[in-house]
Design a binder for this molecule. Structure first.
Ligand code: NI
Length: 182
């Protein structure tokens, strides 16, 4: 699939629930995909995006919370500390906004697009965003963290999204209903 053909997959699309495959050998194609993902993330007003969200079941994410763009391959969390929770949205769940309890600090290990290994010590928003994107690689979504009450509140919305995921229409205004799109 050419990188230019990628587009955001909406809740209900089964690829969002699949575990992403690790990248065994970093190739120029991965770099192209990461750039395309960054473009899609910025266009969608997001601060993070994972490859399954654009239909690729491969372990790659992009993140930019305002301090520069990270393009990461095979990211894993090797250390967590403390607790932190913010209202999170997701480009694959337009119109859904949920407070998710996560670690306040994480240490992430990954490869960059030239296959060099790197470590990121992140805190607060960046830490949340990295955890959110790495969740995507495991097929996990913010709705999985919803309380019983939250689940009732978003049930209708999720049904709507599932229907729309089939006809692939995404309203841009709706995707902005949550401040942070990850
Ligand atoms: Ni997301």
């Amino acid at each position: 699939m050419p990188a230019t053909a990628l587009k955001i997959r909406i809740y209900g699309d089964l690829i969002l629930r699949k575990k992403a495959k690790p990248v065994l050998k970093v190739q120029p194609r991965h770099s192209e995909v990461l750039s395309a993902m960054a473009k899609i993330m910025y266009e969608g007003g997001g601060i993070g995006l994972a490859a399954p969200q654009v239909g690729l079941s491969e372990s790659m994410i992009v993140v930019d919370v305002g301090n520069g763009l990270y393009k990461l391959i095979n990211p894993i969390i090797v250390k967590r500390e403390g607790f932190y929770a913010i209202e999170e949205g997701c480009l694959s769940l337009p119109g859904v906004c949920l407070k998710v309890k996560r670690a306040r600090k994480v240490l992430v290990r990954a490869l960059d697009e030239s296959a060099k290994s790197l470590e990121i010590e992140a805190e607060g928003l960046l830490a949340c965003c990295l955890q959110h994107e790495i969740d995507h690689l495991k097929g996990k979504l913010i709705v999985d963290y919803a309380s019983f009450i939250d689940k009732l509140k978003i049930r209708k919305k999720l049904e709507e999204l599932k229907k729309r995921s089939a006809d692939e229409s995404l309203s841009k205004s709706e995707s902005k209903s949550c401040k942070l799109q990850l």
